[in-house]
Design a binder for this molecule. Structure first.
Ligand SMILES: C[S@@+](CC[C@H](N)C(=O)[O-])C[C@H]1O[C@@H](n2cnc3c(N)ncnc32)[C@H](O)[C@@H]1O
Length: 147
């Protein structure tokens, strides 16, 4: 999670979107570590509740918004960084929304690529948290089709 944000070179002035934010750990970490704004979008009511509780517990409610909605309906035009940990077919389904990101926006996906789109970087790392190897993919807009 920390490496995803570092790979995206998050800055204080960025707005970070985690699409499918789970328990909210990425958006909360982004706000705490970088002081940036962040938006978590989540469809599962239990996860929405967990995320909202984490935001409150960590005192970042002034920076982080949790939205209970389908990520495929979210306008991403204000996003500087998008983080994903979704199945590969969902990454591809997101392409029409990602195409509307501002130039220079960064997208980082944990574990899964985006078929047909060339990543700028692929990083394999062993997490200190679980001791397991994880793969991270970074893309910068405008997206480049694979050759
Ligand atoms: C593997 S978890 C990732 C959680 C978090 N981003 C992380 O990296 O720790 C994927 C999350 O995406 C959510 N999700 C799946 N489809 C979604 C959709 N269409 N709209 C919003 N959330 C969705 C799931 O409910 C789940 O919480």
């Amino acid at each position: 999670m920390e490496k995803m944000l570092a790979l995206a070179q998050v800055k204080k002035t960025d707005v970070v979107y985690d699409l499918g934010c789970g328990d909210g750990r990425i958006v909360v970490t982004a706000a705490k570590k970088y002081g940036c704004k962040a938006v978590g979008v989540e469809i599962d009511p239990e996860c929405v509740k967990l995320s909202q509780e984490l935001v409150k517990k960590e005192g970042v409610g002034h920076l982080v918004a949790i939205e209970a909605k389908d990520l495929f309906t979210r306008d991403l035009s204000q996003a500087d960084v998008v983080t994903l940990y979704l199945l590969p077919q969902l990454n591809v389904k997101l392409l029409p929304q990602l195409a509307k990101l501002k130039p220079g926006a960064r997208i980082v996906s944990h574990a899964f690529p985006m078929e047909g789109i060339e990543p700028d970087q692929v990083v394999r790392m062993v997490s200190k948290e679980d001791g397991v190897e994880h793969t991270l993919y970074l893309w910068t807009t405008p997206l480049k089709k694979s050759k």
